[in-house]
Design a protein around this ligand. Structure first.
Ligand SMILES: CC(=O)SCCNC(=O)CCNC(=O)[C@H](O)C(C)(C)COP(=O)(O)OP(=O)(O)OC[C@H]1O[C@@H](n2cnc3c(N)ncnc32)[C@H](O)[C@@H]1OP(=O)(O)O
Ligand SMILES: O=C([O-])CC(=O)C(=O)O
Ligand SMILES: [Mg+2]
Length: 306
């Protein structure tokens, strides 16, 4: 069964903080995003760039996905950020303020040039653009299809609410429409949707509620600001035993239905048909990616394809 890469937890680590960078290998998150943008004061932009490059050069036993958030390409730091960090081989670039698809296309072209220069496979460096303004949300459907390098789209609610001239609340009503549009853009393009940070690193219940909400909406994971947030995120994204058991029953039931020559069957009084089966397969793949089950699932048989 084809798997997929878990991206539940992508932790920002400020690029100007050696004590934080050095702990990257021991964090249990799925990925890190070493930040050269808003976590780094203007006076430290140059020093942080060198520090991040040196750190990446020593972090050779990579045990998680490593992205670097560069400064936007229309700032005076963006190009220098790329030049400094790409030879140290991050997996990809988190591109802030991706308001228009052309911004991502420009980065795509630059990455190709760097790959040619460094003798790397074209497409090696991935991109995770941040949708964090009204303009970004309006254009995200095209942005999600702007290059094959995309891991997904990330939503950035701090800058988004600033662009809307509103306050961000913990209930998040003000984010609902934008989050939904980002998820649509990603699902239609076959890429992952990554939700924004929850900035109150002391409020674990608030973090749990927000993570449950965004999981329901279709996000694959969240950006994080603090390592203490990782465990809660992973708990919320882990499929529950009851969900896995039900998914296994659905897959068995549909196979019985096919043997009987029908595409619909009742399971405990509830209808099981093709969309129910698709969702069950998704639960089983997720459980597999979490190491909760180890089974062979033949999707051709499950979906009844010839
Ligand atoms: C809107 C945006 O752009 S968000 C992205 C940019 N922002 C960031 O990257 C912020 C990163 N996070 C942080 O700076 C901090 O976690 C804060 C400010 C959110 C909270 O600060 P604190 O409450 O002081 O953190 P806390 O007390 O939990 O720190 C505990 C330990 O974890 C470390 N730590 C905290 N956050 C991080 C992190 N993101 N990465 C690595 N280590 C971290 C601290 O250095 C500290 O280590 P120590 O015990 O060895 O001294
Ligand atoms: O990626 C994030 O969630 C953090 C960020 O830059 C924003 O919210 O503006
Ligand atoms: Mg931002």
């Amino acid at each position: 069964m084809a798997g997929f890469q878990l991206r539940r937890s992508l932790l920002y680590v400020p690029g100007n903080m050696p004590s934080m960078l050095q702990n990257i290998p021991i964090f249990q998150c799925d990925g890190v995003m070493i930040d050269l943008e808003d976590a780094v004061p203007l006076s430290e932009k140059d020093a942080a760039r060198s520090l991040v490059r040196s750190f990446l050069q020593t972090y050779t036993e990579r045990n998680k996905e490593v992205l670097v958030r560069i400064n936007a390409l229309d700032t005076k730091w963006g190009h220098d950020d790329l030049k400094a960090v790409l030879p140290a081989l991050p997996d990809g670039i988190r591109l802030p303020k991706a308001d228009r698809p052309e911004i991502v296309e420009t980065l795509d072209t630059l990455l190709t040039e760097f790959e040619e220069e460094l003798g790397l496979e074209i497409g090696r460096f991935r991109i995770l653009p941040s949708i964090e303004s009204a303009e970004g949300v309006i254009n995200c459907i095209k942005t999600a299809r702007s290059t094959k390098r995309l891991i997904g789209l990330a939503f950035g609610a701090e800058d988004y609410t600033a662009s809307l001239e509103i306050e961000r609340t913990k209930r998040g009503e003000e984010l609902f429409a934008a989050r939904t549009r980002v998820v649509w853009a990603c699902k239609a393009a076959g890429i992952q949707a990554i939700d924004t940070i929850f900035s109150d690193a002391g409020d674990m219940e608030g973090l749990r509620r927000e993570t449950e909400l965004i999981k329901t909406l279709g996000f694959s994971g969240k950006s994080l600001v603090n390592p203490r947030q990782i465990e809660v995120i992973h708990e919320v994204f882990a499929p529950k035993q009851a969900e896995v058991d039900y998914a296994l029953q659905v897959v068995e039931a549909i196979q019985r239905a096919r043997e009987m020559g029908t595409g619909v069957i009742s399971l405990g009084g509830k209808m099981v048909d093709a969309p129910v089966v698709k969702r069950a397969v998704r639960v089983l793949k997720t459980a597999q990616a979490h190491g909760l089950i180890d089974i062979e699932l033949n999707e051709e048989v499950i979906y009844g394809q010839e």
